[in-house]
Design a protein around this ligand. Structure first.
Ligand SMILES: Nc1ncnc2c1ncn2[C@@H]1O[C@H](COP(=O)(O)OP(=O)(O)OP(=O)(O)O)[C@@H](O)[C@H]1O
Ligand SMILES: [Mg+2]
Length: 222
């Protein structure tokens, strides 16, 4: 479960303090998938980074699975991130020197659950990457790289998954496969998923949509 309570964020440039997020509050149920939509620059990625435990807000609270995330010590935050949070980016952020399979396994190097490596073969099979597992990112298509990034984000069995424009660099057919995977993953594995998208077709397939405008929520959350 994800709770945002009165979150604000400002950026200081020279003498100016620019508000980026203005008093954002909502809560997302466990096992649901929610889309955040809004114009470029309205604060979607900033909000996602705050909720994913990457960037603290200026004020307000982020409660993740009942834990007040930024009130924890840095070490506890790091442990929480590695055990509970998966993140997916528009441009995949795969490590160029590692193969597909090595990228997927990478988070397990920092995990207490090394045994999860034994399911990587099945995971690659399920998303059609078994034949590609020894390729490097530069040798894979955008869709293959994004599927690799999804497996890497979920290999450590997070309970919270954040995705910033996960289909932004994909054609609509490939993008739609990625979205179906994420919807199914939220519902079947009881994982709370928050994704940012520009695409209303994608938002409409999610359980909920949060509309943002100029740093605040533009209309009541359904
Ligand atoms: N480090 C920074 N310094 C100055 N301004 C910033 C910084 N980070 C974000 N901003 C500003 O904050 C606003 C929100 O940025 P954000 O990346 O969250 O928007 P977004 O909704 O994700 O946009 P897009 O759809 O284009 O990805 C923008 O106006 C951006 O210029
Ligand atoms: Mg963005």
């Amino acid at each position: 479960m994800i709770e945002a309570k009165h979150i604000t964020k400002t950026i200081i440039t020279g003498k100016q303090t620019i508000p980026i997020l203005k008093n954002i509050s909502f809560s997302l149920q466990k096992g649901s998938i929610t889309a955040v939509v809004g114009k470029s620059g309205c604060g979607k990625s900033t909000l996602l980074s705050i909720l994913a435990g990457i960037d603290p807000p200026v004020s307000g609270e982020v409660i993740l699975n009942g834990t007040n995330f930024y009130r924890q010590s840095p070490a506890a935050q790091e442990r929480f991130r590695s055990e509970q949070i998966g993140i997916l980016f528009q441009n995949y952020h795969l490590i160029p020197e590692l193969t597909c399979e090595e990228n997927v396994r990478m988070p397990l190097a920092f995990s207490r659950h090394k045994e999860r490596a034994s399911k990587v073969g099945d995971m690659l099979e399920q998303v059609g990457l078994a034949a590609k597992k020894s390729l490097f990112p530069r040798q894979m298509s955008g869709g293959e790289q994004q599927r690799t990034a999804i497996l890497r984000a979920i290999v450590n069995e997070p309970t919270l998954l954040f995705a910033d424009e996960p289909t932004g660099a994909l054609d609509s057919g490939t993008g739609s496969q990625v979205i179906h995977f994420l919807i199914n993953y939220a519902h079947c594995c009881n994982v709370t998923v928050l994704l940012v998208t520009h695409d209303m077709d994608i938002a409409n397939q999610c359980d909920r949509t949060i509309f943002m405008k100029d740093g605040h929520i533009a209309m009541p959350v359904n």
